[in-house]
Each structure stands twice: as C-alpha cells, then as structure tokens.
Write a new protein. Structure first.
Length: 525
C-alpha cells in the first residue's frame, strides 16, 4: 500500500531528525518521504483507500492538490484574471465547515473541494459579460485578453483603480502587474490611434464601434478618463492632433513663421540669392482646472460599484465641457468680456483668450450678421475673410450653438433632396458639414449676447457663430486627468477631485493679416 510506504518514509525521516543526523543523511530521507507522499495522494485521489480518515495536515495537502487540479482543468486564460485565491479559499472553507458532522476522508474532501471550485468558476463565468479573447487572426488588430465587467470582483482595470481611489486604497491594489502593464500599453495605443484617425479625417470616436475604441476598453484609469474626455467633445477630438506634451511650465515652443524665398536664376554660374526663413516661438502657459464630486459615508463599497461607470463618464464629460468653454469663451484680461463670467471668482474661462475674444479684438475678423442672420451668404463672407487660412476644409470647423445649429439646418441649399440629396436635412434632421467644413454644435457657443458679441446682462437675445482654423493654434498638456480624494468630516462626505493642466495659444496672434478665426455676431438667436 502506498499509505504504508508513506508512513514508513515519514517514520524514518522523523527518527533521523530526532537523532540529529547530518543534513547529508536527512536530505535523501526528505526526498523519499515527499515522493512517497505524492504517490499515496495520487492513489487516494484515484480511488484508493477512500475511507481513510485524515488529519489536519493531510487535509490541507488534499485540499491544495484538489484546488490546483481543479483550477488547471477548469480555468482558461480569461477566468484566471477574475478568480483570486481568497475567493477559492473562502468557498472551500465554507463548504468543509458545512460538512462538520460528516467524517473527513479523502473521498468526500475531494468531492466537497471540487464542488466548491466549480461553484466559484460558475459564478465568475456568469458574471463576466465583457470578454475579448483575441484570436490573433486579424494582423491589423492586436488581441486583447481580458475578463472584466461592471460587477464587484470583476472590474475593468480602470474601474478597479477608481474604486481603489474612492475607498482610499493604493490605486493599483489588487491588480495583477501583467494586467496593469497591458492596460497602460493599451491606453497609450488607443490614444495614438485616436490621434491618427483625427489626422486622417475619419469619423468621430465612439465607445462601441469596431475599430474605434471598443476593443481597447480595458485601459488604465488615466487613459479611460481621457477617452471619456475626447468622446464627450468633438472640439477636443479635433484639437488633440495639435496637442503638445509640455515638458516644462511654461513651455517655449519654437516654430518657423515664413518659408525660404526662391529666385529665378536665368544666368548660368550665378550664385543663389540667400534668404532666411522666419522663426518665432509660442509660449504655452498651462492653467489648472479642478472639479469636485462628493458622496456620503453611507455609500459603501457595494453601493459604489454600480455607479463607477456613471462616475467616470461624469468626470470625463464635465472636464470636456469646461475645456470647450475655455477654448470658445476664454478671456484673461483684467475684466472678462462677459459680465456674468467676470462675476465668478474662479471661472475657468479666465484662463486665457479664447476664439471669440481673439476674433472680436480685430475689426476685420468680426462679421455683423444683423441682416440675414445665419444664412449661406453670411457664412461664405466669414470664410472669405479668412483668405488663405480658409482654404483647407479639414483645417477648419464651424462652431454654432443649439439655436445656430437649427439655423444652419434651415439653409435653403441643404434642406431638400433635390439640392442636397439623401443627406438633406428634411430627411436626416441634422447637418454635419457645410462647404465641406465640419459643423460642431456646442452648448458653450453663447446665444445670450448683446449687439457687440459679448454678454452684458442687459441684452441677451443675440447669438454668435465661429469659423476657426484649429490647426493654427497649439494646445499644451502639462498634466492630464489626475484623480484624488479627500474627506469632509464635519458633513461626513467623501470628496473626489479631478484636475488637469492645459494651455492654448495661437501660433500667430489673429489679425487682419493673419485671419485664423472669424466670428459672426449681432443676429437674433
């Protein structure tokens, strides 16, 4: 019997240790005992002496082997990421405790352990709703292996990181190092692909479209918040192609302002006429933007999990809305051009001059639309005012508010099928571009202005429309999306703080000779 051989080997080992034999004699006895023990366990699990009652040490060895064998047989690469040793240990412990009144022998211990393992696996598989196995058959797409969803114990890396932050734990606690490394790598590749698509002029980002981000969802927290940020704002999507990571604060960015001059040289052996290309620099000065979300002590961990997705979306969307408003309505002069904004002590729109302020400062860049409002003729006048800076449609964008968007959809040449084909607004209800230039409808484009294009708190019936050459501006990123927490003990509230530092500056200040932005104003919204 294997059991007798194991006991004999154990006895010999113990006698050697009691007699304090040298290690050179004890080592072979330990090896012999381990081998005999493994052979006996294998025999028992295969149906040998199943009635033998086991002690606590043997019980632990039996359970360990049964769990190891069970996991090896049942777990794929996907489930291994969702199952933790603590989950298995608790399930087995509970199952064995439930059988306290029964004899503990090899057969029923193995059966109980197997059932507990299978129960855990079944729950994990039923909870796992998002699974990217990745076959590797598509050479253009790297497979993503993940087993994460929006249930407790089965979260995306970015969701687990946010949960850790909310629970005031180390952000990466409980995340396998390999999973974290891949999540960060996937996030970096996702953002680079987004930038590439914008440069190629393809359609806007989505959260579920194949090839547009869905297969890269299991990213880390920073990349996920950036994805939400860019998804929430088409302006941010476009301008990300001109984003610059700022290595210092402030950051001086060198650039070329004019091209070298070519001359006609009609005479042979004549030296070329020298010309120097113009050079200049842009100073990017990042400003910090912060947002705060509060939740009560009573919202414990089990309650937090269901709102993680909503909370991530809220943080990203709010950051995007702030950035849009700063780009459009910013003014860093002593008194902000808009009265209501000037009255707000820490208004984000006081960070730097935005597109409306830059255009209103130059007579040639302002177009009074009091006659005709937003119509085809007036919009053509705005584009014409940009000269060479208005040549390339992909460098431009129209910015209109909700009411201005409705006005563009009512332009005669885009409303009917005979003039605009199947994309006529009478059929689609929306207009995505005009003259080949994308139209972005943003609630941040103000439509409560006065006749001069600013908000004065008196006349609030006038709207505005902008035409921007967004490539003639630089967008600096000093710090992207940092999440922190704090506690207000007096009101017993937890606080989530999201902050980021960004900058925007024109490559050349808009002027009569550098018309990189125009504004239409003084029309009834």
């Amino acid at each position: 019997m294997k059991r007798k051989a194991m006991l004999a080997a154990l006895k010999a080992l113990n006698e050697a240790k009691t007699a304090k034999k040298p290690d050179t004699e004890i080592a072979p006895l330990e090896t012999a005992y381990q081998k005999a023990l493994e052979e006996w366990q294998a025999e028992e699990l295969a149906g040998g002496d199943s009635a033998t009652v086991v002690d606590e040490t043997t019980l632990a060895r039996l359970v360990e082997k049964a769990v190891t064998d069970g996991l090896a047989a049942k777990l794929g690469e996907v489930e291994k990421r969702a199952v933790t040793p603590d989950m298995i240990a608790k399930a087995v412990r509970d199952a064995i405790d439930a059988k306290k009144g029964e004899e503990r022998n090899e057969a029923n211990i193995a059966a109980v352990t197997k059932a507990a393992v299978e129960d855990v696996l079944g729950k994990v598989k039923s909870a796992t709703k998002v699974r990217f196995e990745g076959t590797g058959t598509d050479p253009g797409r790297d497979p993503v292996t993940a087993s994460y969803g929006w249930t407790k114990g089965n979260l995306y890396p970015h969701a687990k990181q946010l949960l850790n932050v909310l629970m005031k734990r180390p952000m990466n606690e409980g995340i396998d190092a390999g999973v974290l490394t891949k999540a960060i790598s996937d996030g970096d590749r996702m953002l680079e692909r987004f930038r590439g698509r914008i440069l190629e002029g393809t359609k806007a980002l989505t959260s579920t479209g194949a090839g547009t981000g869905d297969e890269l969802v299991p990213t880390d927290l920073s990349a996920e918040l950036l994805r939400r940020f860019y998804m929430a704002s088409r302006i941010a999507q476009l301008t990300m192609a001109n984003e610059i990571t700022m290595p210092t604060q402030p950051y001086i960015f060198p650039l070329s302002t004019t091209r070298p001059t070519f001359k006609l040289e009609a005479v042979e052996n004549t030296a070329a006429t020298a010309s120097d290309p113009g050079t200049g620099q842009v100073t990017l000065n990042a400003k910090k933007f912060m947002g705060l979300v509060e939740y009560s002590y009573e919202l414990d961990e089990d309650s937090i999990v269901p709102i993680l997705g909503w909370l991530q979306g809220l943080l990203g969307e709010t950051a995007a809305a702030v950035w849009e408003s700063v780009l459009i309505n910013g003014d860093d002069t002593a008194t902000h051009m808009d009265t209501d904004t000037a009255a707000i002590a820490k208004a984000p729109e006081k960070a730097f001059k935005g597109w409306r302020k830059l255009a209103l400062a130059v007579t040639e860049l302002k177009k009074d639309l009091s006659t005709g409002g937003i119509n085809e003729a007036n919009l053509r006048i705005m584009r014409k005012a940009m000269g060479k800076y208005g040549l390339t449609q992909t460098d431009l964008l129209w910015l209109v508010g909700p009411l201005g968007g409705a006005d563009t959809e009512a332009i005669a040449n885009v409303t009917t099928i005979d003039k605009y084909g199947p994309r006529a607004t009478i059929l689609t209800g929306e207009l995505s571009n005009l003259f080949g230039i994308p139209i972005i409808k943003s609630e941040m484009v103000r439509e409560n202005l006065n006749a001069t294009g600013v908000q004065d708190g008196v006349t609030t019936t006038k709207g505005s429309v902008l035409l921007v050459n967004w490539k003639r501006f630089l967008y600096g990123v000093r710090r992207d999306m940092m999440v922190e927490t704090d506690v207000d003990k007096l009101s017993q509230k937890n606080q989530i703080i999201l902050s980021f530092r960004r900058a925007m500056s024109p490559i050349e200040v808009p002027s009569a000779t550098v018309p990189t932005v125009t504004v239409g104003y003084n029309y009834t919204a």
